[in-house]
Structures are given as C-alpha cells and as structure tokens.
Design a protein around this ligand. Structure first.
Ligand code: MN3
Length: 241
C-alpha cells in the first residue's frame, strides 16, 4: 500500500488534483496496518508554485515551510519508524517510548502539512469564497451559517496556545463536523474525527509576513481555502462511517 502511495505521489507530481491527493492520503492511512515493513515517506510536491498563494502567503514562507519544515517532518517520521522497526526486530524496547513520541509528532506534521497544501489554492483561482457542495451543506447544518462557522473556526485557530493548528473534522461516528485545536501536530485530537480542513498557526507559517498578527493571517487565509479539495476529503472521510 505504501509503495502504491509513493508511486502515486511521484507519478502525479505537481499537477495532481488536490482532491486525488487527499483521497490517496486517506487510503494510505486506512491501510497503513497492511504494511509489512516501514515505508519511506516522501515529501509531496505542491500542487502550485511557491508564489501562487501571494499576497495571502508569501513565496518565501511557502518555500521554507514546504522545503525545510515539512521535509524535516518527513525525515523525522522515516527515522522514527526505522528505529521502531529495529526495536521490534531485536526485541529491544528500551527506546520505544522515545521513538513512539517522535513518530506521533513527525507523522502528525507530515500528514497535516500534506493536507494543508492541498486544501489551499490561489485566491480567485480555486481559492476563497464560501464553502460549496456537501461541506457547505454540513456547515450550515452544524454551525448555523458559513459566517458563523468562519467566525468560530477563526477564534479556535487564533487562540491555539503556542504552536498548533485549527482543524475542521468530519466525525464518522455521528456524522458531524467538529472544529478542534491541535497543539504541536499531534495533541488534543479526538482520534475518531478525520481532519478535512486545517490552518497551520505555528509561527513559521506566518511570522515572516504577519509578525505577531496571527488574527490577520487567519483572516486572510480564507481567501485561499480550496473548498473543492475540502469536499473531496469529506467524501473520503464519509466512507469511514
Ligand atoms: Mn508548519
């Protein structure tokens, strides 16, 4: 399964539809237990150029964020899974606590960033506007209106303590949309809810451009949200119900 995913990401490259990447990631998650050996995770290419989200997110931020930060999470996840595989092979569990934490942190970073890139698109060219399709329907049902959802989600994302994420999830158990914070990349999850939209509010995601004004970054970010990609992730998540 992991080989299939790697080949998929390589073969589709930068022109892949965001929706397809989302589905592939979801499928890989669902079948991760099938993998007999740890696979090498790879840094997915962005579905657009580094400067494509300007002026909302600068090219410099996008380049550093993708090629340095996300790449480091991929490397960290590969290293942690290799160490855990070796621990199992040797029956030496002295460091499994340490490496399990590394796998959660770096794995959270890899999968959240993989989502983050695909749920954005250039403003006016796939990005921005109100939620469409099924996501739009569920937002109206669960939050009253798009404006109410937007205000609520912005407050949740804006108030993350330290480094983390604001995330919209679909929860298969009851079919509801749930907004939650994540601290770092892996804490505060409900586990039974699948992220379909998220904004990275680590300082590395905005500080070069917005300095300490996180609310301004969150407000501007709505102009690059790719609702078609969010709908594709929702469609995949609904199959888990
Ligand atoms: Mn980040």
């Amino acid at each position: 399964m992991s080989t299939t995913r790697r080949e998929f990401l390589v073969s589709t490259g930068g022109t892949a539809a965001a929706a397809a990447i989302g589905s592939a990631i979801l499928a890989a998650d669902a079948h991760a237990a099938d993998a007999a050996a740890p696979a090498e995770h790879t840094l997915p290419e962005l579905p657009y150029a580094y400067d494509a989200l300007e002026p909302v997110i600068s090219a410099k931020i996008m380049e550093l964020h993708h090629s340095k930060h996300h790449a480091a999470y991929v490397k960290g996840l590969n290293g942690a899974e290799k160490a855990l595989a070796e621990a199992q092979a040797k029956g030496d569990y002295a460091l499994v606590d340490y490496w399990s934490k590394k796998a959660a942190f770096n794995g959270g970073g890899h999968y959240l960033h993989s989502m983050f890139w695909t749920v954005m698109a250039p403003a006016g060219k796939g990005g921005g506007g109100e939620a469409t399709g099924k996501v739009g329907e569920l937002i109206a049902r669960d939050f009253g209106s798009f404006a109410q959802f937007q205000a609520y989600f912005s407050a949740v994302a804006g108030s993350v303590e330290g480094s983390g994420w604001g995330l919209l999830h679909f929860r298969p158990a009851d079919g509801k949309l749930v907004v939650l914070q994540a601290e770092n990349q892996q804490k505060l999850t409900q586990w039974g809810a699948y992220p379909i939209l998220g904004i990275d509010v680590w300082e590395h995601a905005y500080y070069l451009q917005y300095e300490n004004r996180r609310p301004d970054y969150v407000k501007a970010w709505w102009d690059v949200v790719n609702w078609e990609a969010v709908n594709a992730r929702l469609e995949s998540a609904m199959k888990l119900a």
